[in-house]
Design a protein around this ligand. Structure first.
Ligand code: NAP
Ligand code: GLV
Length: 340
């Protein structure tokens, strides 16, 4: 007996839908896509400017995209026949979701598989900024190390300090789990209070954003970027933080007002920062480049080989599901789903 999924796959074989892949992804994901689809693959890291993207999307039914592809309302309104935009990222702020929903285009993301990897990097930035690991590396590497000294590159303790987590979702909670191993106290702020068992497991206390900022030694940002979170952390919020506090951002650059952050760091309003994301990537505010108390990484939160491979495969599986007429597993605009 042929099961329903096999019938669906057989249908896919006979129809051979067309898919645009906008940037280089892991080869396993391309191989999977090519089993069922005609693939127009932009196998570079450059990305496609809007007019090229629109031209190449003509006659296609799916797009496998990345967070650097900007699907504005204007772009979306010019797409024709596209059933799904499968983003290789958990964040989907690069897609105007309302416009996609109005156009009946399904949008998918890649949650969960990158949670621990991104939390690892957030915690790595926290440790690196607090214990001046990058400065230490540069000091040794450049031959400046002449002697042991009592306060040489002395930083801040991490253990037993207070960590404030802004956005207590998948990654925020995974960071809290790591902090437990360092005997840290955890405060969190989110739109909603977490279930009691989660608070208990992570020994986390729900507080207002203001209380979190006033009382935390480290503040780690894990909210998605949207109209409510853009510049959630600005001059006023930075001013509430301790002068010894360190701010970590592995979410999205525009959640922090970068200009205000540079000022706060220069004026000693806060002590340091660990940043993986920036307001105008890949451009970094020149002020950040001049500050020794800042650790910077190039948006590599989820960048382990294993995780990036999983993300690529997951995005392709989302696209294939939509092309088979099934509800994709990681649909972020269920309002666009009309059923089969
Ligand atoms: P998630 O599970 O959805 O967690 C986000 C949390 O923030 C949710 O609990 C959400 O609440 C909450 N939130 C939303 N708006 C808020 C607001 N205005 N104030 C306070 N809390 C708010 O997402 P995730 O998987 O943890 O990922 C978080 C973000 O990290 C992604 O959106 C992405 O931008 C970023 N990221 C970056 C990297 C990197 O490479 N650096 C890697 C992975 C992810 P609701 O659920 O109620 O909305
Ligand atoms: C990376 O930034 C992601 O959102 O997955």
């Amino acid at each position: 007996m042929i099961v329903r999924a096999e019938v669906a796959v057989a249908q896919l074989h006979s129809v051979r839908p067309s898919v645009l892949v906008t940037k280089r992804i892991f080869p396993e994901a391309i191989e999977l896509l090519e089993r069922y689809c005609e693939v127009d693959y932009e196998a570079t890291d450059d990305g496609l400017p809007a007019e090229q993207l629109l031209r190449r999307a003509r006659g296609k039914q799916a797009i496998v995209s990345q967070l650097t592809d900007k699907f504005t309302a204007d772009v979306i309104n010019q797409l024709q026949g596209i059933r799904v935009i499968a983003n290789v990222a958990v964040g989907y702020d690069n897609v105007d979701l309302d416009a996609a929903t109005r156009a009946g285009i399904l949008v998918t993301n890649t949650p969960d598989v990158l949670t621990d990897t991104t939390a690892d990097l957030a915690f790595g930035l926290l440790l690196a900024a607090a214990r001046r690991i990058v400065e230490g590396h540069q000091f040794v590497h450049s031959g400046q190390w002449k002697n042991w000294a009592i306060d040489l590159l002395a930083g801040y303790d991490v253990h037993h300090k207070t960590l404030g987590i802004v956005g207590f979702g998948r990654i925020g909670r995974a960071v809290a789990r790591r902090a437990l191993g360092f005997s840290m106290q955890i405060l969190y702020y989110d739109l909603e209070r977490a279930p009691a068992e989660v608070e208990q497991e992570l020994d986390a206390r729900y507080v207002s954003l203001e209380e979190l900022l006033r009382n935390s030694d480290f503040v780690s940002i894990h909210v998605p970027l949207n109209s409510n979170t853009r510049h959630l952390i600005g001059a006023r919020e930075l001013g509430l933080m301790k002068p010894t506090a360190i701010l970590i951002n592995t979410a999205r650059g525009p959640v922090i007002d970068e200009e205000a952050l540079v000022r706060a760091l220069r004026e000693g309003i806060i002590a340091g920062a660990g940043l993986d994301v920036f307001e105008n990537e890949p451009r970094v505010h020149p002020g950040l480049l001049e500050l020794r108390q800042v650790v910077l990484t190039p948006h590599i939160g989820s960048a382990s080989i294993e995780t990036r491979r999983k993300m690529c495969l997951m995005a392709v599986e989302n696209a294939l599901a939509a092309l088979r007429g099934e509800r994709p597993p990681n649909l972020v605009n269920p309002e666009a789903w009309k059923g089969n």
